[in-house]
Design a binder for this molecule. Structure first.
Ligand code: AMP
Length: 311
């Protein structure tokens, strides 16, 4: 299958934060720009499959940003607008771009958010529970009718503040995504391979551990795949890399309609390719000016870079 031929499969339901982010990196600073796990994941997935988005924004969320999302193949019937302010996150990165330092998290309209899925969303076959309060992730799952594949993500904020609910989410998902520090924190296990296996003990059939610029590790009970990340010389802002990876992964799987090991490996590479674009600029700027041809080209470059002969 060509990955440059536009979305045909899916659809994919994505629930998560839609945010205004303020971010400082050694390479620049932005204030109140479009962000949020669901925004990155949805735009990324929309390169491969139609997307249905579930989330909430406040009265301050601009129509320009609504139009930015709607302009992609993203159905916004599940994006509520509530009175109050949009979720805000602010953070900074030092030269080690793998480590985000949170300055403030303002839940705002997420505080009282009760997801209520439009009737036609409930049969969506592919579901991505992006980073959001685990109770909300569960409430979305409760409204779904037997999805084919559920992928979930989380972060340290929820591991520390909502661990029990998060364990319930993990028990109900097929693929658990987390970064290396989160895998260690959830399992209490310093070795990443052992931590990935412990994540499998919590329920999911597959654990994918993201290692930032060092790639990703996919572990199932039968196999292990270690994927490189695309070697970039210029990274401006790593915010959203994980969500973009996840969106690319599930969008690609939805488009293929398969979840065998071979397809999963390609999906991990598709996720890495999408993430490598996000980090080239702040907010969703690079993703929004990305073409499917550039995605395909970078995918093939990774394939060429990691090919090696038999021993
Ligand atoms: P990532 O860099 O992929 O881990 O995700 C960054 C995005 O996650 C930012 O755009 C933030 O708006 C969003 N985010 C940060 N903290 C939270 C949180 N506690 N809950 C939900 N989303 C968050």
């Amino acid at each position: 299958m060509s990955i440059a031929s536009g979305p045909t499969g899916g659809p994919v339901l994505i629930v998560g934060s839609v945010a205004y982010d303020s971010v400082r990196t050694p390479f620049g600073e932005v204030t109140e720009v479009l962000g949020g796990a669901a925004s990155y994941a949805s735009v990324s997935a929309s390169f491969f499959s139609p997307v249905r988005m579930v989330g909430v924004v406040g009265e301050d969320f601009t129509y320009e940003h609504v139009a930015t999302l709607a302009h992609r193949d993203i159905d916004l019937a599940g994006l509520q607008r509530s009175s109050g302010k949009t979720f805000r996150w602010s953070g900074y990165y030092e030269y080690d771009l793998n480590q985000a330092h949170t300055i403030a998290t303002e839940l705002n309209v997420f505080q009282d958010f009760r997801p209520d899925l439009p009737a036609n969303y409930r049969d969506t076959p592919y579901v991505f529970l992006a980073n959001i309060e685990p109770g909300l992730q569960l409430s979305v799952l409760d409204q779904m009718r037997r999805p084919k594949l559920v992928v979930c993500d989380t972060m340290n904020f929820w591991i520390e503040s909502a661990r029990e609910k998060l364990l319930e989410v993990l028990a109900r998902c097929d693929i658990a995504l987390m970064n290396d520090a989160e895998a260690r924190e959830i399992t209490g296990e310093p070795n990443l391979i052992t931590a990935a296996r412990r994540v499998l003990d919590l329920g999911p059939g597959i654990a994918i551990i993201k290692k930032g610029e060092h790639g990703a590790l996919m572990m199932s009970r039968e196999s292990c795949f270690t994927a490189p990340s695309y070697p970039l010389e210029e990274i401006r802002d790593p915010t959203g890399a994980g969500d973009t990876f996840a969106g690319g992964l599930i969008g690609y799987l939805a488009r293929c309609g398969e979840t065998d090991d071979e397809t999963l490996r390609r999906a991990v590479i598709a996720g890495s390719v999408m993430a490598s674009f996000t980090v080239e600029d702040f907010s969703l700027d690079r993703l929004l000016r990305l073409s499917p041809e550039e995605v395909a080209e970078r995918y093939h470059e990774i394939v060429a870079m990691t090919r090696f002969g038999a021993f």
